[in-house]
Ligand binder design. Structure first.
Ligand code: SF4
Length: 310
């Protein structure tokens, strides 16, 4: 399954997620990643799956839903998919729904990636650092991606791109939340001149146990320094679309593998199928696991995270 949802998004409303790449394939291995540590750290772009199959799956999911955005997000970095431009163009021709791309921005230095994203409506790159040192610490990029290369790629893309750029800054306690780090980030954001800046914090279980949200006063300081920000430090609310799934077990497994679920969200999904007891069975069999993070219980497939922090 390549397309899923709609899922409630704190920035995009009701969004259909599209993952055109294999699980946990990325050019970064961010300390806060909700999918755990990166298994396939790469910068080589590939056609991982037949593009026609991905588009057919998007068509099927769109047909069953009323949504605000189609979002290419990936279980990793979506610009690693060589067919991204083709997929965005097909969606633009076939549906009257805005297209968003959530990307770490690391491959935007490549002309072919810039071209692929030209027809998107919103591109949301990650800018968590203002220096190479913090970049290495928080994003742990592939050795071929330097901070300078990454940031220059985003600045160059901004000059040509006619859609909106919504930059996302993920704040992690004692990694990038100092006054100096924030001022360094602001210098780079000024060069990009994004339409919006979002401040986020790790709200779901991160790849590294210690990657936790900064203290509230540090978030306030970030708002002041980064200026004119949208904050999405709260947990999202809203329904998950399940019309593409045939059972509670399928829905719980597929959704939580991309989007770790709070226990209350998992119970709501189970209720939609009137298959009570499914979640408990999956937890008992070890298919899913429960993890407590910041006093909230989260559910996701055990095999995805066990080596990382359990
Ligand atoms: S947070 Fe995004 S960019 Fe970072 S490792 Fe996870 S998928 Fe890759």
């Amino acid at each position: 399954m390549y397309a899923y949802g709609p899922v409630p998004s704190r920035r995009l409303g009701k969004s259909i997620g599209v993952s055109p790449i294999p699980a946990k394939t990325c050019s970064y291995s961010c300390v806060y990643c909700q999918l755990g540590r990166t298994n396939h750290l790469q910068v080589k772009r590939e056609s991982f799956f037949p593009k026609e199959d991905i588009f057919a799956d998007i068509q099927k999911t769109v047909k069953n839903s009323n949504v605000d955005y189609i979002t290419f997000v990936g279980d990793g970095e979506p610009t690693l998919c060589k067919d991204l431009g083709w997929l965005i163009d097909k969606c633009k021709k076939n549906f009257d729904i805005p297209i968003a791309v959530i990307t770490n921005g690391s491959l935007l230095f490549k002309a072919e990636v810039q071209k692929d994203l030209q027809n998107a409506d919103v591109v949301m790159p990650t800018i968590d650092a203002g220096t190479e040192e913090i970049f290495r610490k928080i994003n742990r990029s592939h050795q071929n991606i330097s901070y300078e290369k990454m940031i220059k790629g985003i600045i160059d893309f901004r000059k040509e791109f006619t859609g909106e750029i919504w930059a996302e800054v993920m704040l992690v306690k004692e990694v990038n939340d100092s006054e100096k780090s924030l001022k360094d980030i602001k210098i780079q954001l000024n060069k990009i001149n994004p339409d919006r800046i979002y401040i986020t914090t790790p709200v779901r279980p991160p790849a590294e146990k210690w990657a936790i949200p900064p203290k509230p006063e540090k978030i306030l300081q970030a708002q002041t320094i980064l200026n004119n920000t949208f904050n999405i430090v709260d947990r999202e609310n809203g329904d998950f679309g399940v019309s593409n799934f045939t059972s509670a077990s399928e829905a719980l497994y597929e959704i939580s593998s991309r989007h770790p679920l709070r226990e209350d969200q998992a119970i709501e999904i189970e209720k939609k199928f009137s298959q009570q007891g499914t979640l408990e069975k999956m937890l008992n069999s070890g298919e899913l696991t429960k993890y407590n993070y910041q006093n909230i219980s989260y559910i996701f497939p055990k095999k995805f995270k066990t080596s990382n922090f359990i």
